[in-house]
Design a protein around this ligand. Structure first.
Ligand code: MG
Length: 159
């Protein structure tokens, strides 16, 4: 059995007039993330980690923001495409650990729904998906509520 590990990072700007979608779950908020897709920063970091584990480049390569097919697309569909790439190469996800950095709103109550959503798409157990959240202690662009950041690590094993 072969193991491969990848890490992912993403950042999106927080603006008024957009929905806040994190981990595939819509969260009530005054501001939402800006992007070509639904700007789900957490799913993007997880996808980048999965692609990185297999040296497949990044999500910008597979789902370019110049492609109108991906305009306002639900990132859950992109995650589905990314896991299909992983499976096509003979791998499956062992586990994923992630960190969301966001000043507000508090997202703890939404984490179980995010874990269920992601696990169902990836085809692993909910306990194999870890989502941690922290603020930036009011420092920097996250602290000023101008954006959100996500980090993820994904371990794959050969089927
Ligand atoms: Mg992104």
């Amino acid at each position: 059995m072969k193991f491969r590990i990848g890490n992912g990072y993403d950042v999106h700007q927080l603006v008024e007039g957009r929905k806040l979608i994190l981990g595939g779950v819509e969260i009530p908020s005054e501001k939402g993330l800006l992007g070509h897709s639904d700007a789900d920063v957490l799913l993007h970091a997880i996808m980048d980690a999965m692609l990185g584990a297999l040296s497949l480049g990044d999500i910008g390569k597979h789902f370019p923001d110049t492609d109108q097919n991906y305009k306002d697309i639900d990132s859950k569909l992109l995650l589905q495409k990314a896991i299909e790439l992983v499976k096509a190469r003979g791998y499956q996800v062992v586990n994923c650990d992630s960190v969301l950095v966001l000043e507000k709103p508090k997202i703890a109550r939404y984490v179980p729904a995010m874990k269920t959503t992601i696990a169902n798409i990836i085809g692993c157990g909910e306990d194999d998906i870890s989502i941690k959240a922290t603020t930036s202690e009011k420092l920097g662009f996250v602290g000023r509520e101008e954006g959100a950041v996500a980090y993820a690590v994904v371990l794959l094993q050969s089927l």
